[in-house]
Design a protein around this ligand. Structure first.
Ligand code: HEM
Length: 265
């Protein structure tokens, strides 16, 4: 059994896509599948959190549905942080490539655009770091917020702060946790990005404050965040994943058209 990315598979098999809402597990329905009875063809299962599985025939229809059910159960037992990672890996890779292909760490102007992108994204995260329910789940929630560092970074760069934007109405704790997963996870990539920023003169005390690690260190800070959301039964995985995917979509849109972003919750 191979775990594969979904979008290509889903497109390949569009003609076979069917909705199979599962009454027992509505939050984790099979949203697409392709059953072919001939030998030597693959069966693709695509689930609502965009995980996909490939099964090798020969396999009978009844066995196929049994396997589908057990795969869903198996995936449902993964920790939330792992499901978030699996649901957003390809989106993250595309974003990395877009940022790097724009040479944003090669010149001061490119870097300024990167900090503006981060500022716009963190403007939406800022209120979520004060979320009452999440404050009871995630340790040091308010101390994790990097929005004020981004304001200082823009000051260091001599860049006026962009006009405030309409806040996204992210009140649901699960959706908000998905957004925060993207913000907190980006602190891992920041360990690599700060080295590039330093090469063009920006440091944790000038222009690249928001890329510095949390005081306890990147690894520990990330592990504590992951453990907190993995042990919070009140968080709904499907809504967390929606939040994380929406957060990545916003970063992407800010990258592509910084001045012209329509805000959809
Ligand atoms: C604003 C843009 C970015 C956002 C929102 C973002 C988001 C994330 C997230 C959510 C994670 C955690 C993944 C997990 O669950 O383990 C992560 C990890 C990481 N990111 Fe990014 N990222 C961004 C930009 C970048 C860029 C430009 C690079 C490098 C080219 C990068 C490199 C990495 C690396 C190396 C990791 C660690 C992966 C691992 O240990 O498995 N990120 N980032």
């Amino acid at each position: 059994m191979a775990l594969r990315e979904t979008s290509g598979i889903a497109n390949e098999n569009r003609s076979h896509v069917r909705s199979l809402k599962s009454a027992r597990q509505p939050e984790f329905a099979l949203v697409a599948h392709d059953y072919r009875s001939q030998q030597n063809e693959c069966i693709f299962l695509v689930t609502s959190d965009r995980s996909a599985f490939t099964l090798r025939p020969p396999i009978q229809r009844a066995a196929y549905y049994r396997k589908a059910r057990s795969l869903m159960n198996e995936t449902n037992t993964l920790p939330l942080s792992r499901r978030l990672k699996e649901a957003t890996t390809s989106t993250h890779e595309t974003l990395d490539q877009s940022i790097m292909s724009r040479n944003m760490f090669a010149t001061t102007k490119g870097y300024r655009d990167f900090v503006l992108l981060q500022y716009r994204f963190h403007q939406h995260l800022d209120p979520l770091y004060r979320h009452e329910v999440l404050a009871g789940i995630i340790p040091d929630l308010t101390a994790r917020n990097r929005f004020s560092m981004l304001q200082e970074d823009l000051n260091d760069l001599g860049e006026p702060l962009p006009a405030p934007q309409t806040f996204l109405p992210v009140e649901d704790a699960s959706v908000a946790a998905g957004w925060l997963y993207v913000g907190e996870g980006s602190k891992l990539g920041a360990g690599f990005l700060i080295k590039l920023a330093q090469k063009i003169g920006f440091t944790p005390s000038f222009g690249a404050r928001h890329l510095a690690p949390d005081p306890e260190g990147r690894g520990l800070s990330w592990n504590r965040f992951r453990e907190a959301i993995d042990h919070a039964p009140e968080l709904d995985p499907t809504r967390c994943i929606q939040g994380a995917q929406n957060a990545f979509r916003h970063v992407r849109r800010y990258l592509e058209s910084p001045e012209d972003v329509l805000m959809h919750p």
